[in-house]
Design a protein around this ligand. Structure first.
Ligand SMILES: [Zn+2]
Length: 285
């Protein structure tokens, strides 16, 4: 289903939309955690892959329509599409259409980082050229993330799509330097680990604070501090920053939004009996 969940909070409309499904290598998703442990979270297929989603957050409030993340947006080679079993048949643009929200109405697009499964949908092909998919939006990302993607090396280059995604965004880009408020109800927090300048996005509705946590905590099964993806460039930092964010999420009662969880799109956190954290699914009716 393309529209995963909806809530009204403090006068805002808040949706989680799916940009499609993808199958990723289970070992890579859980880093140093041995398979007998992670396969209790997700049963892998015969190619060791687990099924994930690409969730996006959409918030509408007083003339602003803010989108957090965009999925692959079709920008993936046939070979990778097969390896990842990528299914975008019910993608982000279809979800927006179902909500009667035109791409032109999006005022801001906020990206946690520029990896293709998060930023690919920022552009569309028009007459053989790639152009911004949301033509009236300003696109936000950390300056350091942009620079790292521009200067990608052999270890990092495959995560990015420079010609198809980044170059066309250059004219509509706002590069952020650290924690910043980008409009009255959206702020970003730098949460490094997955990449050097990965950021999480806070949406304050007046009633609730939603935290789109990005790949700092890709699914609810990554609430365990040592469940850190092998994709992370700085896993030790993920381990440390994740715990800081979870502590804040509990004390400030945030609604967390997970980018890749196929079962629980959002929920509040609480301390469990073993001193860890658990997610309480929200609006699960
Ligand atoms: Zn991701």
């Amino acid at each position: 289903m393309a529209i995963v969940d909806y809530s009204q909070s403090g006068g805002c409309d808040v949706w989680v939309l799916s940009a499609g499904s993808v199958r990723m290598d289970g070992g890579a998703m859980f880093g140093v955690v041995p398979r007998p442990l992670w396969e209790r979270c997700y049963v892998p297929d015969e190619r060791n892959r687990i099924g994930l989603t690409m969730n996006c957050l959409l918030v509408r409030e007083q003339g602003e329509v803010v989108l957090v993340e965009t999925g692959f947006g079709g920008k993936v080679t046939e070979k990778l599409r097969e390896i990842y079993a990528l299914d975008e048949s019910d993608g982000l643009l279809a979800s927006l259409e179902a909500l009667h929200i035109a791409p032109e109405e999006i005022t801001r697009v906020v990206l946690t980082h520029l990896h293709q499964d998060h930023a690919g949908g920022c552009t569309v092909q028009e007459g053989g050229e790639y152009v911004p998919a949301f033509p009236n939006a300003t696109y936000y990302v950390q300056k350091g993330e942009w620079e790292d993607a521009e200067n990608a090396d052999g270890q990092t280059v495959n995560g990015y799509r420079y010609d198809e995604v980044m170059r066309p965004l250059s004219p509509v880009l706002a590069l952020l330097e650290g924690n910043e408020r980008i409009c009255s109800f959206v702020e970003v927090l730098v949460t490094p680990g997955h990449t050097r300048r990965h950021q999480s996005v806070l949406v304050h509705t007046g009633e609730d604070t939603f935290c789109f946590v990005g790949d700092l905590i890709p699914t609810t099964h990554h609430l365990k501090p040592i469940y850190v993806m092998a994709y992370d460039l700085y896993p030790r930092q993920t381990y440390l920053v994740k715990q800081e964010i979870m502590e804040r999420a509990v004390s400030e009662n945030w609604v967390m939004v997970w980018p890749h969880d196929p079962d629980i799109a959002w929920g509040r956190l609480r301390r469990d009996d073993a001193g860890g954290y658990e997610a309480l699914s929200l609006f699960a009716d």
